[in-house]
Design a protein around this ligand. Structure first.
Ligand code: FFO
Ligand code: ATP
Length: 197
């Protein structure tokens, strides 16, 4: 008898995460710096209408293959909004969003606000992803950090996944019970709103 080491949906998610990460890496490596800048500028322009209604805008410190949302945060600041970034005490501690500039090395190799900055409850959260489908089901880096953090924030926040255009997937992503659905996806091509279920 063959006993699978993991359930088929989970195995599928793991395989798709690996394939999408490889595609994201190759795509980012193929972009000339000017092209990349123009795409990130297009993302900022697409998101600007969402900034007006927000009070506290959270995004992330990008890893090298991810589209940068930092231009969006600059626009938010120019509009007088507060901004926030994820922060961790340790790799497996709970992710919190904190105000302030990314000035300290975090445990995931990304800069973060100091842990002395107070945690905030953003009302617009721009979320990194490996991929998401047209129902808002997201594949992330596989640690569950966003799923856990968003559980307590989603009632008062708009959740917008951010990526390169191809990261919006036509094929459905099987949702696990803990997965937090996105309200929308934004890329240089614009914003795709998902229907509420
Ligand atoms: N920009 C960003 N910040 C984020 C996330 C994310 O996906 N993107 N996370 C979402 O949950 C959390 C961190 N999760 C992570 C999970 C795995 C790896 C990882 O495998 N890093 C590789 C190098 C990756 C690379 O540079 O491309 C490594 O450490 O070897 C990094 C972060 C919180 N902050
Ligand atoms: N709310 C939660 N409570 C407890 N465990 C959780 C919760 N959310 C996710 N997890 C755990 O996190 C692990 C990774 O989940 P998943 O593969 O969905 O991560 P991901 O969404 O891709 O990653 P991330 O959110 O870090 O980008 C799962 O094994 C799951 O058990």
């Amino acid at each position: 008898m063959v006993v699978p080491s993991t359930s088929p949906p989970l195995a599928d998610k793991v395989a798709r995460r690996a394939a999408l990460r490889a595609r994201r890496r190759d795509y980012a490596a193929s972009l000339a710096p000017d092209t990349r800048k123009a795409l990130e500028e297009a993302l900022s322009a697409a998101l600007e209408p969402l900034l007006f209604a927000a009070r506290i805008v959270a995004a992330y410190q990008p890893m090298k293959d991810e589209i940068s949302p930092l231009g969006v945060l600059f626009r938010a600041q120019a509009l007088g909004k507060s901004t926030a970034l994820p922060a961790f005490a340790e790799r497996d501690s709970r992710m919190t969003f904190r105000s302030g500039d990314a000035i300290e090395a975090g445990p995931w190799g990304l800069l973060q606000p100091p842990l002395s900055a107070p945690p905030v409850q953003p009302d617009l959260i721009l979320i990194p992803l490996v991929g998401c489908d047209r129902s808002g089901n997201r594949i992330g880096m596989g640690q569950g950090h966003y799923d856990r953090a968003l559980e307590g924030l989603r009632n008062n926040a708009r959740l917008v996944g951010i990526g390169w255009d191809f990261q919006l997937l036509d094929e459905p992503v099987g949702a696990d019970p803990w997965d937090q659905r996105l309200d929308a996806f934004a890329s240089p091509a614009g914003i795709t709103e998902f229907e509420a279920t």
